[in-house]
Design a protein around this ligand. Structure first.
Ligand SMILES: O=C(O)CCC(=O)C(=O)O
Length: 235
């Protein structure tokens, strides 16, 4: 299912869209089981909290199997085609991980942008492997903030920045739900105030960069062609 022109316009305007597609319950369960196994066995690369517990597994692409199948699945790439065009790359060196957030988690709780400049933004797809809500820390966004002027430190006390910070809203999502954000949007994870977990995958995608050398190992072509239009081929 592709996005309608109206949904594309909403994404461009608001900086996020709940995709109309979702992952099946079976796929979500299989993903959770695979992630929990890698967390239990601490399959590298992983990140740990201060107590040594694994809270994040990284390089989902490199893990292959069901992680890789999800990265290239139609439920994600079909709607992304409406946003990014027919030629899509998966970004290996931003996101590309599963987070297991609990009461002690501190990662990404501060409002932030994932990238520094609109000319180099990515589309991030948040894949929820458990229901997220106000209690267990759903994603929060400041609608439309992807087009605000570029600022690096949101918490510097500047009243203009405070205007943006005051407009943050929560975006609860069901397990299997897919939220696409322009990574320039100001956003955060919510605080998990429950005794349960909140597991999600975070995936980043680009349109193929027609001016970048085509052999970048940090970018994987997941749909279409790797076109190269640099004019150095006919100097
Ligand atoms: O998981 C979330 O809700 C947000 C994640 C996030 O902010 C990030 O990965 O940069």
């Amino acid at each position: 299912m592709l996005l309608t022109p109206q949904e594309v316009q909403l994404f461009r305007h608001n900086g996020f869209i709940k995709l109309p597609t979702r992952l099946s319950g079976d796929l979500v369960e299989a993903l959770k089981a695979a992630a929990l196994k890698d967390i239990r066995e601490a399959v590298e690369p992983v990140a740990r909290n201060k107590d040594g517990r694994v809270i994040r597994i990284s390089d989902l692409w490199g893990r292959g199997g069901i992680c890789r199948e999800t990265i290239v699945c139609d439920e994600i790439l079909n709607p992304l085609e409406a946003l990014l065009g027919p030629n899509i790359e998966f970004v290996r060196n931003r996101h590309n991980h599963v987070y297991l957030r609990d009461r002690d988690s501190t990662a990404s709780l501060e409002l932030h942008r994932d990238v520094r400049h609109w000319s180099r933004t990515i589309v991030t797809v948040l894949v929820y492997l458990e229901d997220t809500n106000l209690e267990n820390g759903c994603t929060h966004v400041v609608p439309g903030s992807h087009i605000l002027p570029d600022f690096v430190n949101l918490n510097d006390g500047d009243p203009l920045h405070q205007i943006a910070l005051d407009q943050v809203i929560p975006v609860p999502m069901k397990a299997g739900g897919l939220l696409a954000i322009d990574s320039m949007i100001i956003h955060s994870a919510g605080k998990n105030r429950t005794d349960g977990t909140r597991m999600s995958m975070t995936l980043g995608y680009h349109t193929v960069d027609e001016l970048a050398p085509p052999d970048n190992p940090k970018r994987v072509l997941v749909r279409g062609d790797r076109i190269y239009k640099g004019n150095d081929t006919n100097w």
